[in-house]
Ligand binder design. Sequence first.
Ligand code: ADE
Length: 253
Amino acid sequence: MIISALSIFPQIIKYYCDYGIVKQAINKGALKVDVFNLRDFAIKGQVDDTVYGGLPGMVLKPEPIFEAYSHIEQKYGKPYVICPEPWGKRLDQKDFERWKQRKHILVICGRYEGIDERVKVLVDEEVSLGDFVLSGGEVAALAIIDGISRLLPDVLSEPESLKADSFFRWLGYPVYTKPREFKGMQVPDILVSGDHRKIKLWALWHSIERTLRKRPDLVPKDLTDLEIKIIQAIKEGVKFEDWIKKHLREVER
Ligand code: ADE
């Protein structure tokens, strides 16, 4: 997959792509990120201009963006164009799942007061990171590149971690590493018990508990019998340790 990005600060994006999972995706050949400097497509490097109507601020000019688009289209074929904007549709995991199927995505990063409206004929989707205003689209472009790269085939060495991920079905459960005791705080005994059946149930219970507490809007509609039982117990204030004693036989059937 190819992700092109168009920005007046290409280094921001290039730098990030040199680290972590994005770099791994690139090294494994699952992803190519090509970042284009908008200034390279502008006459005398002028990418912005004043707003018609005497309205305040500066806006990205359309010509360099159309020039860049033609260049990128010639290089890699017609892209699916995403434009980060504060009024766009809120970005979520399902968008990454959808976009990872595409051969070529182009992210056009705005700056200043915005992008000349006529550029929008090139744009397939406007997306937002949230209800706040950033000074440019680069942070969103990075979120898109990062979110997609980890979903591409053979990028994560332990694909199980994809399943266990937040937003697969439930939010992530609490995780601990060594030391077993830190500043008087203990790792739950069950996690060092070596009993994998119980540990799996512990993880599911705590994923559900966290989702109910932090993001009840994300509780899935198609609950399994086991999930329904766990939700009931959590709502009744039952502790996992008490529940597992009674229910281990039953849930294993
Ligand atoms: N550009 C400016 N604000 C933004 C936001 N909230 N999300 C995505 N892109 C933006």
